[in-house]
Design a protein around this ligand. Structure first.
Ligand SMILES: Nc1ncnc2c1ncn2[C@@H]1O[C@H](COP(=O)(O)OP(=O)(O)OP(=O)(O)O)[C@@H](O)[C@H]1O
Ligand SMILES: C[C@@](O)(CCO)CC(=O)[O-]
Ligand SMILES: [Mg+2]
Length: 344
């Protein structure tokens, strides 16, 4: 049995624009998805996901069409849930075949997923599950991949599941940890001071594919939308400098600007805007939505507790928490004890 974990992330700058080749700077945060993989004697995949509905559920199948959930949950929830796990296991099998020249296409796994990253909320839960899943399943078969290779394979998995609407940013950040800079295929870790990150969560989720498609359409229709995306790239380049200098006030100003442009591209929402304004009113250095938008999370910078307190009293905000920058990317964990694995 092998357990790996990988962190979620917030975007300081550059989501959406990164899909069109502009740079972006996501930062890993100390909220993780943990995936446990145990090799089976048959070719089945048995997936136990604790956090997908109130009670979680277990699905056993040999191909996604044969799903047999143990509780009544909608087909679409299962498909949505299994897409990333399936793709991660497939990438792990391919990686083992490549590293060892061994055909493991018929090897099955018991997979257990536990996560403290809300789903579809802009904190990169899909990337964290995919990264941790590839790492756990390859290690379970005796193959140790570099974090860079895990990142690359996790990107291929996300790219497939999201029908080509994915940049390398989320998966690279989750695999490497810390602050990263992604521009097309050029992915690197960058230096960053400890940042006073505060996250506000409206309890909702956005549809990443639909939001990316909406921006793509605007960009094709209007030159000024294409210019807006380029302007986000300019903000990211300024932001990198501010990050290198540890200039938190400047980072905040640029985050505010970045949020305005995302809002213009139609990916914010009333509750995200409300949380952004609550953070600014509370004295945050800056605030913006993070990830695909539509609903989910905002990220603000504030050394004091004022922003989290204000967010907790903001209508529509369900949860507010401080998030430390996580300098660790994907890593091996102790497998959960037997009683926690029960039902898996
Ligand atoms: N705990 C979990 N267990 C199983 N699957 C999960 C879990 N967390 C996330 N996933 C998978 O990731 C999907 C959500 O990914 P999506 O890309 O829509 O949102 P996100 O990654 O949280 O946000 P963003 O991409 O905007 O940062 C879920 O539908 C599910 O397939
Ligand atoms: C909206 C987007 O830029 C970030 C989602 O977390 C999509 C992507 O980069 O794949
Ligand atoms: Mg995602």
């Amino acid at each position: 049995m092998t357990t790996s974990s990988a962190p979620g992330k917030v975007y300081l700058f550059g989501e959406h624009a990164v899909v069109y080749g502009e740079p972006a700077v996501p930062c890993a945060i100390e909220r993780r998805a943990r995936v446990t993989a145990e090799r089976r004697d048959d070719e089945l995949l048995r997936v136990h996901a604790d956090d997908l509905s109130l009670d979680g559920f277990t699905v056993e199948y040999s191909g996604s069409s044969e799903s047999k959930p143990d509780v009544a949950v909608s087909e679409s929830l299962i498909d949505a849930a299994m897409g990333y796990v399936d793709a991660a296991v497939e990438q792990a099998r391919e990686a083992v075949a490549e590293e060892r020249g061994e055909d493991v296409s018929e090897v099955g796994f018991d997979i257990t997923i536990e996560s403290d990253i809300p789903l579809g909320a802009g904190l990169g839960s899909s990337a964290a599950v995919t990264v941790a899943g590839i790492d756990a399943a390859t290690r379970e078969l005796g193959v140790e991949l570099s974090p860079e290779t895990v990142a690359d394979r996790a990107f291929q998995a996300e790219y497939e599941v999201q029908s080509g609407e994915a940049s390398r940013a989320d998966t690279f950040c989750s695999a490497m940890g810390g602050a990263v800079r992604v521009e097309g295929d050029d992915c690197r870790r960058i230096e960053a001071p400890d940042l006073p990150i505060v996250v506000g969560f409206d309890g909702g989720a956005g549809d990443t594919g639909a939001l990316v498609a909406g921006v793509r359409q605007l960009r094709e229709e209007y030159d000024f939308a294409a210019d807006t995306i380029e302007a986000i790239g300019d903000i990211v380049r300024e932001g990198e400098q501010a990050l290198a200098e540890g200039d938190i006030a400047e980072l905040g100003r640029l985050m505010d600007f970045n949020h305005g442009l995302l809002e213009a591209l139609g990916v914010s929402s009333r509750s995200l805007d409300r949380m952004v304004w609550a953070a600014r009113d509370a004295g945050a250095e800056g605030a913006k939505l993070t990830g695909a938008g539509g609903g989910g999370c905002v990220v603000a910078l504030d050394e004091t507790d004022e922003t989290s307190t204000a967010l907790r009293f903001t209508p529509g905000c369900e949860e507010a928490f401080r998030a430390e920058l996580d300098r660790d990317g994907v890593r091996v964990e102790q497998p959960p004890s037997d009683d926690r694995m029960e039902g898996a």
